[in-house]
Design a protein around this ligand. Structure first.
Ligand code: PMP
Length: 361
């Protein structure tokens, strides 16, 4: 297999052994004479696939028994609406931390369903830091506190879990779930679109504490009601079966890597060497405060931005693709999720070095 290095922010690089296994199993799963694509979701084979994925996720994240794990559709964007619809309850108000483009989208959606307090923001610092949360004020009508664990576009990541002062803490962990240790007990709800660290696009994981179920607004669409989805084991309607199966294979791969502790150590090493190189070079800049730099998404710029187009073209010719920053912010960005091999980061650093050598004044 001739593979290029893909730095896309999502859908993103898959673990190669998973691609190989999926391709072997595609026409005939476990000698059953049919593909996972062709299985009914109500049959025992698919139910076993689904249950194994849940068990592996529970094991990897040590999810306590009083949390439900849901496998839903509609991406994290759907959760921007589902979270307030399910959790606002009679309190009617939610607190959000504003750290960039994805938290902003979550805020805008929640505002449709209730009152939103933006209790902390780093907008004034151009989202280069996590805001100071020491004086956080949550009034008694606040139903939950929401934050975006990793801002995929800005490259800003929480290195700690915020204190929610007794109310449920909710996080959008789409772009860093399973990349680092996470104490699920600290949360009321965690949600994540799969297409970065969990698997393919089309499936979204929601981990929710049981006592938060059953409080959805009456007008909540049935499909977005967590308690109904929990009752039906995420099979209220036809689930994205193939995505669920692939997600399961990614989790098995992650366990074979040594689980979260092993992958976290590798993620730290990968990110550190890339940031170290950028910091040491007068040719490239990382805009984010070093304390809050994302291990998953590394945005950077060329000091002389006129070279950007050439950079992208030459990188592509060198087998390094999708290094463009998000279309809303420009610049450059390397996404280096769990499945991104360390060799890809080494190849990127070698390219950065050679590009600098060829273009430095
Ligand atoms: N939140 C974050 C942090 C994201 O990175 C993304 C997608 N890049 C989303 C939400 C939206 O996810 P989806 O496209 O699955 O709706």
């Amino acid at each position: 297999m001739a593979r290029i290095y893909n730095f896309s922010a999502g859908p993103s690089t898959f673990p190669e052994p998973v691609l190989e296994q999926a391709s072997r199993e595609l026409p005939d799963w476990h000698a059953k004479g049919l593909s996972v694509l062709e299985m009914t979701h109500r049959g025992q084979d698919f139910v076993a696939i689904a249950q194994k994925a849940e068990a592996d996720l529970r094991e990897l994240l040590q999810i306590p028994v009083h949390y439900k794990v849901l496998f839903l559709q509609g991406g994290a964007t759907t959760q921007f609406a589902a979270v307030p619809l399910n959790l606002l309850g009679s309190r009617g108000k939610a607190a959000y931390i504003h750290t960039g483009i994805w938290s902003e989208k979550a805020i805008r959606e929640a505002e449709k369903y209730g009152e939103v307090d933006v209790v902390a923001s780093s907008e004034a610092e151009n989202f280069t830091v996590i805001p100071d949360l020491s004086g956080l004020k949550l009034d008694e009508r606040t139903a939950y506190l929401h934050y975006t664990a990793n801002e995929t576009i800005g490259g800003l990541e929480f290195p700690f879990i915020p204190e929610a002062h007794g109310i449920p803490l909710v996080t959008d962990a789409s772009s860093n779930i399973l990349s680092r240790a996470l104490d699920v007990n600290r949360f009321g709800l965690i949600y994540a679109g799969a297409q970065k660290n969990l698997g393919p696009a089309g499936i979204t994981v929601v981990i929710v504490r049981e006592d938060l179920l059953g409080k959805a607004r009456p007008e909540t669409p049935t499909i977005l009601d967590y308690s109904i989805q929990a009752k039906h084991e995420s099979m209220l309607n036809t689930p994205p079966t193939y995505s669920w199966y692939l997600l399961g294979l990614v989790l098995e791969w992650l366990k074979q890597q040594g689980g979260i502790a092993a992958i976290e150590a590798r993620n730290i090493r990968k990110a550190q060497k890339l940031y170290d190189f950028i910091d040491a070079s007068p040719f490239y800049i990382s805009p984010i405060d070093p304390r809050y730099r994302s291990r998953m998404n590394v945005p950077f710029r060329l000091v002389n931005s006129t070279f950007e187009k050439t950079f992208i073209e030459e990188a592509r010719s060198a087998g390094l693709i999708n290094l463009e920053g998000h279309r809303s912010v420009g610049g450059l960005r390397a996404s280096i999720y769990n499945a991104q091999p360390e060799a890809a980061v080494d190849a990127l650093i070698a390219f950065l070095k050679s590009f600098e050598g060829r273009h430095v004044a």
